[in-house]
Design a protein around this ligand. Structure first.
Ligand SMILES: [Zn+2]
Length: 58
């Protein structure tokens, strides 16, 4: 089985809890430290997540 990693910092599930995300038919992982980035500053994920330029931060 593939080890899940954070899409931002590449921390693996062996180091930190990884939250799984479903997006555009892909399964992505993110660590708790980077969840706020996904919520508030998704524009910073352009190039990391395909389509992040269309995501709105709150
Ligand atoms: Zn991370």
């Amino acid at each position: 089985m593939e080890v899940k990693k954070c899409i931002v910092c590449n921390a693996t599930e062996n180091e930190v809890p990884i939250i799984k995300l479903a997006y555009k038919g892909q399964e992505l992982g993110i660590c708790p430290a980077h969840i706020p980035l996904l919520i508030h500053n998704p524009e910073n994920l352009v190039g990391v997540i395909d389509g992040a330029e269309n995501m709105k931060g709150v």
